[in-house]
Design a protein around this ligand. Structure first.
Ligand SMILES: [Zn+2]
Ligand SMILES: [Zn+2]
Length: 324
């Protein structure tokens, strides 16, 4: 064991994990000489010193009853990795429960908290191997309900130390209660049906898009408007009806500006607001043809403007500039 720990210290965490093929995600840390070590990787590699072959991380359990127990039985200090803070999507769901309870917290034994704990474990927010034993368990969910409740502006007691994200979710909820409730309902429905539980794509570049309904509903929106099949069907239907592929907000026509190379080039924007766009097939009437600039402008602030609103914004802005 000590040899393995020394090797870990020498190679550094990244080098050690890469050498033995262990993921960085951790449930338990082995504390030795005041330094943190990935407990499962240490145990697997120690097997090599003892028996001549290192274990791969799939070969044994790193959980509470596996490596963590074994290491603490050997007299090592083992510490659980704290659970990551709740994401926006998760907070929307917890907050929804608190609102329905007149801004009061719940105990961990409450059936609604137990159910929500299961629901949060379905959300593809953190990879399974990065989740500790206590990940989003009823105790944690109950604690969060009290934290949110004490952050309501009308709460007169001393608020618990909550994250900045808590306050933002509450702010959004007070400003747009119906939309947030609808978002929570859609999130719940999508997680239970499996529609929103798919893995997060590695090239997820939606960070710049602003949506208080959360990333899971936003991801569904983006998948719909980026579907090549749907886009082609939309283009065909517009052309068949005698229309052009000009942007519905600003009139920009890629082909007129860039020539034949950009024939057929245009983006689609799904016009149903996130908090109302549930499951089911996308209708062509839900898609608007939009240029890349306008699409970005629609997505850059919440709530998103419609193509018509954006068009009006541009007209107003021109008028203002003309008067300057
Ligand atoms: Zn445009
Ligand atoms: Zn869009």
């Amino acid at each position: 064991m000590l040899e393995t720990i020394a090797e870990f210290d020498e190679l550094g965490q990244a080098g050690f994990l890469a050498l033995y093929g262990y993921p960085a995600a951790r449930r338990y840390l082995l504390i030795h000489d005041g330094k943190e070590h990935d407990s499962k990787a240490i145990a697997g590699v120690a097997h090599n010193y003892e028996y001549g072959n290192a274990l791969t991380w799939q070969e044994f359990s790193g959980g509470k009853d596996g490596v963590a127990r074994w290491l603490s039985d050997l007299g090592f200090t083992v510490r659980a990795v704290p659970n990551p803070n709740l994401s926006w999507d998760e907070l929307v769901l917890v907050c929804d429960l608190v609102v329905k309870n007149s801004w009061k917290g719940f105990d961990a034994t409450n059936p609604q908290v137990v159910e929500l704990s299961k629901l949060l474990n379905l959300a593809p927010i953190r990879p399974a191997e990065a989740r500790g034993e206590t990940f989003r368990n009823p105790n944690g969910v109950a604690r969060e309900t009290f934290e949110l409740a004490t952050h309501h502006p009308a709460y007169t007691g001393k608020p618990t130390s909550g994250g900045a994200l808590d306050l933002k979710v509450i702010e959004a909820l007070l400003a747009r209660p119906n939309e947030m409730a609808q978002s929570a309902a859609l999130l719940r429905q999508g997680l239970l049906s499996g529609d929103l539980t798919g893995d997060v794509p590695a090239d997820d570049d939606d960070e710049e898009f602003n949506a208080p309904e959360g990333r899971l509903l936003l991801r569904r929106h983006r998948a719909r408007e980026r579907s090549p099949k749907l886009r082609q069907r939309k283009i065909d239907s517009v052309l068949k009806a005698g229309g052009t592929l000009a942007c519905e907000a600003c009139g920009f026509d890629f082909e007129k500006t860039y020539g034949p190379r950009s024939a057929d080039y245009v983006e689609c924007h799904h016009v149903i607001p996130l908090h109302r766009a549930g499951e089911g097939a996308t209708k062509l009437s839900h898609l608007a043809l939009i240029c890349a600039n306008c699409h970005r402008m629609i997505h850059c602030s919440a709530p998103w403007s419609t193509p018509e609103e954006l068009s009006q914004l541009m007209k107003d802005s021109h008028v203002n500039q003309d008067h300057r």
